[in-house]
Design a protein around this ligand. Structure first.
Ligand SMILES: [Zn+2]
Length: 331
């Protein structure tokens, strides 16, 4: 019986047919190929074992793993809460921006901050793009992006408030600089001949935009500067004739044209109500008058909006009528 088992256990020799001498020969198996075969089986067992352990751990996690999973879930919840808080902070910053734009900047006549500049608060978030693409790090990537935006927004808002605070400190200076009186006294004024808008040009006989207001008054009538500022130009300027340009700062400039003479020079500092020249008929003008323009941020604006305090109700209504009518200008 023992011998039988021994015989059965004996490995059958592997026979190979030899085509040359047409006989079966015993194939010799080298120890290297035996070793390779053994290793292959061993690695197969290892891989199978590893996968089995992985699956069983997935279905029946160990207490340690259960604990870790609980902590991961808790962390995820905390991240989500943080994310919501960041959204609330962003909303609050949005409210501050609206107040800045619609209240403070309106009061101090400042243009709102450009949308392009607001868009720049997103600069620096692109470095978290890769992170947000990985599902595992998506939340943390989004949070880092939001923190970057909040920090940039706060910096921008702070610089805006600094600018506004500076304006508050210089409020008196600003109020005395913004053009706000009529440059020719009502006492001397024959009439306000033409307002701001489209007019038939008295010399060129074509419809032309009249970018100021004409005050008719005798030659030699004093002209008063409408706000504090610095004389920017004081010279003969084509159709404008003898012309003075005053820079008031805060985006404002005024122009006084067709003068007969000057009482100031370029570079002089002037105070509101100071005499700067006399009414004349120089340049493209059809009679003695002052052509007065107001510019805000390099755009011509209706000067009537800057001296209505000097007018009584009837005069103001007349100005509005003139401004809206398509009459002739003196230019
Ligand atoms: Zn004019």
């Amino acid at each position: 019986m023992g011998k039988d088992i021994e015989l059965m256990a004996k490995k059958k020799p592997t026979l190979v047919f030899n085509h040359a001498n047409l006989t079966f020969e015993q194939k010799k198996v080298s120890w290297q190929s035996r070793l390779g075969y053994g290793l292959m089986i061993l690695s197969g067992i290892l891989v199978f074992g590893f996968i089995s352990v992985m699956i069983s751990h997935k279905i029946f996690p160990s207490p340690n793993e259960q604990n870790l999973n609980r902590r991961i879930k808790l962390l995820q919840k905390e991240y989500q809460t943080l994310d919501k808080h960041l959204d609330l902070v962003s909303e609050d910053l949005g409210t501050l921006r609206k107040r800045d734009e619609n209240m403070y900047r309106v009061i101090y006549q400042r243009d709102p901050i450009d949308d392009k500049i607001w868009k720049s608060v997103e600069n620096g978030t692109e470095k978290y793009d890769l992170l947000t693409k990985e599902s595992e790090y998506k939340v943390i990537g989004e949070i880092l992006k939001k923190i970057t935006i909040v920090r940039n927004t706060m910096k921008l808002q702070e610089s805006s408030y600094n600018e506004l605070a500076d304006l508050v400190r210089r409020k008196d200076e600003m109020l005395s600089s913004i053009p706000s009186i009529q440059p020719v006294s009502n006492r001397d004024l024959t009439r306000i001949a033409s307002g701001f808008g489209w007019r038939m040009h008295p010399i060129y006989r074509i419809p032309k935009r009249h970018e100021g207001v004409d005050f008719t008054a005798p030659t030699g009538t004093p002209i008063y500067v409408s706000g504090d500022g610095v004389i920017l130009n004081c010279n003969y300027d084509g159709g404008y004739g003898n012309c003075i340009i005053v820079n008031h700062g805060y985006g404002y400039k005024t122009r006084y044209a067709h003068l007969s003479s000057y009482a100031v020079r370029a570079g002089d500092r002037v105070k509101r109500g100071q005499k700067i020249g006399l009414v004349g008929n120089t340049g493209a003008s059809v009679g003695p008058h002052l052509h007065y323009e107001v510019e805000y941020n390099d755009q011509k604006v209706d000067p009537a909006l800057f001296f209505y305090n000097d007018l009584n109700k009837e005069q103001f209504e007349e100005i509005v009528k003139i401004t809206n009518a398509r009459g002739k200008s003196f230019d």
